[in-house]
Design a protein around this ligand. Structure first.
Ligand SMILES: C[S@@+](CC[C@H](N)C(=O)[O-])C[C@H]1O[C@@H](n2cnc3c(N)ncnc32)[C@H](O)[C@@H]1O
Length: 336
């Protein structure tokens, strides 16, 4: 069996546990199944809960220590609590990224099994939040966050996708996080994500993308120190503002790439930073539904076959290399 090298063991599994979302965010790669990548031609049904947990156990045996539940919207899966309970023994850290709409009804399971709760919130202004999510429920995200703090959730990350239209919202969200921390003692941090491209959001990306190096320069001009964090994937930076840690991803200055990226016709913005497992068991290191870029680990796959399949992806992750300024190559490719 191929194991992750020790320096790669921080690579997480992006485990999609549901194939639908009740939001239709403007930026979302809905054409690719959001983060639930499965080639449509396979018509693969969703795995049942036992098979899903079994796949996670097999993946963990290769050295993955962190799992991050995603979707679609992961909390739309009625079996979320059983999945989280079943996966808990295999991972040191379990995270979830959610839009928050089903959070309060799942709060006990989240408290019991999840180490880091990440909530997507792209605006403090409720009307703007609703416009971005294309759903009126986005109006309630802040009250859901506050209720979760009151209920004793220990750590919450806000996921904020930085765009031209919501630039002014960031300081307001930092202040809001600071107020919650003071009131409830919750450890809150903010992750700024730069806008990722997919073919389906091309026009939107061109209109709204902001290169976060310009934002960093502006923050430094205001006398705030920015630190660089080296990790698998894109470079990341952080700074502290009003006692709140703010992380910033940067997919333009650096990504990690493998040999398979060299000839890739879909050369992506993010590069390789995780192993992705869809709700149907599609396994890939690429944010893609292309048949040749992944493998299906379904209910009929036996343990030996599964480990052989997983070996290929672990080998790829072990071989990835940091490449600087891949954002330029990526931009040239999308303009071709
Ligand atoms: C794909 S969503 C799935 C989980 C869940 N439905 C949610 O809204 O959090 C996971 C995260 O990816 C982020 N995301 C989605 N599309 C993105 C894009 N084009 N660029 C940057 N981040 C994106 C979302 O903001 C969210 O925080």
């Amino acid at each position: 069996m191929v194991y992750l090298l020790s320096e790669r063991q921080g690579t997480f599994i992006r485990a999609s546990i549901y194939d639908h979302c009740n939001f239709a965010c403007q930026y979302c790669a809905a054409d690719m199944g959001m983060e639930n990548h499965t080639p449509t031609c396979l018509q693969a049904p969703l795995l049942n809960t036992e098979d899903y947990i079994r796949n996670m156990k097999w993946l963990a045996q290769h050295g993955f220590r962190i799992i991050s539940f995603t979707g679609g919207e992961p909390l739309l899966n009625p079996d979320f609590a059983r999945i989280a309970e079943g996966c808990r023994p295999f991972f040191e850290t379990m995270e979830i990224t959610t839009n928050g709409t089903k959070l309060l009804e799942n709060i006990q399971a989240v408290k019991k099994y999840i180490d880091v709760l990440k909530i997507s919130i792209d605006a403090y202004d409720k009307e703007l939040a609703v416009r971005i999510a294309h759903n009126d429920m986005a109006r309630n995200t802040m009250s859901v966050i506050e209720e979760s703090c009151r209920d004793g959730i220990k750590k919450i990350g806000f996921n904020f996708v930085y765009m031209k239209q919501n630039e002014k919202e960031l300081p307001k969200l930092i202040d809001y996080a600071g107020r919650l921390r003071e009131k409830y003692g919750t450890d809150i941090y903010i992750s700024i994500l730069d806008l990722y491209y997919s073919r389906g959001n091309r026009a939107f990306w061109k209109e709204q993308f902001v290169d976060l190096s310009t934002v960093r320069e502006q923050i430094e001009r205001n006398g705030i120190q920015i630190n660089r964090r080296l990790r698998v994937g894109c470079d990341s930076y952080n700074f502290i503002c009003n006692g709140i840690v703010v992380n910033m991803k940067d997919s333009i200055s650096c990504t990690h790439r493998a040999k398979i990226c060299e000839r890739c016709t879909e050369y992506c913005q993010e590069g390789i930073y995780s192993l992705k497992h869809s709700a149907s068991g599609w396994l890939s290191v690429c944010p893609s539904n292309t048949l040749s870029l992944g493998t299906l680990l379904n209910g009929r796959t036996n343990e030996k076959e599964a480990h052989e399949m997983i070996d290929q992806y672990v080998t790829t992750i072990n071989e990835i290399k940091r490449v600087d300024h891949t954002g330029m190559i990526f931009r040239e490719k999308i303009d071709e």
